[in-house]
Ligand binder design. Structure first.
Ligand code: OFO
Length: 164
């Protein structure tokens, strides 16, 4: 049985994962509109992953007989200045999600809620992978250059990361 505080924090995390899904869908739309089809597809797929992260938390809440409380989600940004801007923002966003997961891990450990602490380890590994993935894309865009030919190559590179 989970404490009310942990239930509230897990429900907050569900909202954060759903916001991430919406943010990445919004970014995906911007990419398609600006002819970055590789990045658009990649971000659309990543939005699905974020919905999966939310669903996994919901399943855990259901399995522990806790009340799922779906919250209203803030509208994500939809205007970006460049492909680099999009991916710098994804990276920044992932860092904020990591912080939120770390706070949850810390809280559950201090409260001796070892079941939730253990469940959250999956998110700890996932955040490590995601930060590294998005940082890698930012670095690559900078390396290839954000002028027209470079942008085409960057988009092609991002396309290779779909389903990885
Ligand atoms: Fe991309 O982060 Fe979810 O957890």
């Amino acid at each position: 049985m989970l404490s009310n505080e942990v239930i509230d924090l897990l429900n907050d995390q569900v909202a954060k994962e759903m916001f991430a899904a919406n943010l990445y869908l919004s970014m995906s739309g911007w990419c398609f509109k600006n002819r970055f089809d590789g990045a658009g597809e990649f971000l659309s797929q990543h939005a699905e992953e974020e919905s999966g992260h939310a669903k996994k938390l919901i399943t855990y809440l259901n399995e522990t007989d806790s009340q799922v409380m779906i919250q209203s989600i803030e509208k994500p940004e939809s205007n970006f200045s460049s492909l680099l801007d999009v991916f710098e923002k994804t990276y920044k966003h992932e860092i904020s999600v990591t912080q939120s997961i770390n706070n949850l891990v810390d809280f559950t450990f201090n409260k001796k809620d070892y079941s939730t602490f253990n469940f959250l380890q999956w998110y700890v590994s996932e955040q490590h992978e995601e930060e590294s993935l998005f940082r890698g894309i930012v670095d690559k865009i900078k390396l290839i250059g954000d002028q027209s030919h470079g942008l085409y190559l960057a988009d092609q590179y991002i396309k290779t990361l779909i389903n990885k």
